[in-house]
Design a protein around this ligand. Structure first.
Ligand SMILES: Cc1ncc(COP(=O)(O)O)c(C=O)c1O
Length: 436
């Protein structure tokens, strides 16, 4: 079965309680077989608030995983904005809508320099798909560079540039893989030179570099001066070959990494195209592509873009309310401060637990590598046990990275000092259990 090993598998069925077992069976009977469930013991939540999710029995689970409800589960200002607007009118982008214009003005003013036009989509996949279309149109080239374990979405075009999907979604012949900027980034730059040469030789040429600025599926790379220098060289090489830089901010965007708001800003990248999604509407499907007018204008002259459900008044109400809460509650600054103390706590755990190797992070995005204490090699079996042990302790977490052994720590941004301490206490206990 394709997918992270922390997912539910048929062999777990026998251990499920009657209610969960019945839901799993009914779901499998009607949903397409590509769906997956988290955990050996899947969970059903009936309510969410802030950083907690609640089961039918009223048990609270600490959410250390979900980055979409970025300003907190069921934030009352966001839910009220959606309800009010849907009770008034919901049309589409072929009518004038002052709230969409206001939102676009506000958002563009907070984006990296030069990004002065906005296209609304419903999902991050659509935003990346559109960015690729625009890049191909603007450059006349087809080739794309992506990092080795990247994920950029589900449409046919973006599945072809998402090596982490594996399976039958083979990479397109026009796609070249490069290392993420770990270490001094020289492996990435070397890969990029080779990749560009190959794309030029094949006749595809270079349309774009598409990078997730958190390198989430590659196991997370924290911004640093070394990473910044390596990425600057990468962007220079791509542009010299005629390509554009697409920053995928679907995961890091909207303040997860701190007040800089965007991974691009922290890396000093000034992309021609920037995609966003997940946290943008706190769970309402709203996503988008910000781009330079010079790149979008030729595309816009020849291509009509209309996306039925994208940028509707209700979508904009969700996005505006999310943006306002983000700023009114100063969540990016909170993410930076709390994230730094969380990282200190993770580092401290790593000194005491042989399964926990180094932690890295920025804002409220962190990763902790789980290794075999004897060999130091990534330890997937232990990671699966740890993720399920934390689930038993009512802490929601998952893993990513090339070996699925990087604990993915990515909670809603109102994660409090108490939440941090609860998480570290439970992680400490779960790691201690593993050692027995
Ligand atoms: C970096 C990145 N890009 C794009 C996507 C696709 O976004 P969506 O699921 O909204 O289509 C994801 C989703 O996980 C993502 O993590």
């Amino acid at each position: 079965m394709i997918g992270p090993s922390t997912y539910y598998r048929p062999e777990h069925r026998a251990a499920l309680d009657a209610h969960t077992g019945e839901l799993v069976d009914r779901r499998e009977a009607v949903l397409a077989p590509s769906y997956r469930l988290f955990y050996a013991q899947p969970l059903e939540f009936v309510r969410g608030a802030g950083t907690k999710l609640y089961t039918r029995d009223g048990d609270d689970y600490l959410d250390v995983y979900n980055n979409v409800p970025s300003v907190g589960h069921a934030h009352p200002r966001v839910t009220a904005a959606i309800a009010e607007q849907s009770a008034r009118v919901n049309t589409h982008t072929r009518y004038l809508d002052a709230s969409l214009i206001d939102y676009a003005e506000t958002l563009l003013a907070a984006l990296p320099a030069g990004l002065d036009t906005l296209s609304l989509t419903c999902t991050g996949s659509e935003a990346n798909d559109l960015a690729l279309r625009v890049a191909r149109h603007a450059t006349g080239n087809r080739g794309v560079l992506v990092t080795r374990h990247a994920y950029h979405g589900v449409t046919a075009a973006v599945a072809e540039v998402s090596p982490s999907l594996g399976g039958i979604d083979a990479l397109g012949a026009h796609v070249q893989l490069i290392a993420p900027p770990v270490g001094d980034g020289s492996a990435m730059v070397q890969d990029a030179r080779r990749a560009i040469d190959a794309l030029v030789a094949s006749g595809d040429g270079v349309a774009a570099l598409l990078i997730d600025t958190a390198f989430a599926s590659d196991g997370f790379v924290a911004p640093s001066p070394g990473v910044k220098t390596a990425l600057a060289e990468l962007a220079r090489l791509v542009r010299a070959a005629g390509g554009l830089v697409i920053a995928d901010e679907v995961q890091p965007g909207f303040g997860r990494l701190g007040p800089a708001l965007w991974g691009s800003a922290l890396h000093g990248l000034e992309p021609e195209l920037l995609t966003m999604g997940k946290p943008m509407g706190n769970g309402y499907p709203v996503a988008g592509l910000a781009a330079r007018r010079s790149v979008m204008e030729p595309f816009g002259r020849e291509v009509r873009y209309f996306n039925t459900f994208a940028g509707t008044p209700v979508a904009v109400a969700a996005a505006r309310a999310t943006w306002e809460v983000l700023h009114d509650e100063q969540l990016p600054a909170h993410a930076e401060i709390l994230g730094a103390s969380l990282l200190t706590g993770l580092d401290e755990l790593a000194t005491r637990h042989p399964h926990a190797a180094g932690a890295r992070g920025r804002g409220l995005y962190a990763a902790l590598d789980i290794v075999d204490p004897e060999t130091g090699a990534p330890d997937e079996t232990t990671t699966i046990r740890l993720v399920n042990a934390l689930r038993a302790r009512r802490v929601l977490i998952s893993a990513s990275g090339p070996h699925n052994t990087a604990l993915k720590i990515r909670p809603p941004l109102p994660f409090s000092v108490g939440d941090r301490d609860r998480f570290l206490t439970e992680l400490d206990a779960a790691l201690t259990e593993l050692a027995r």
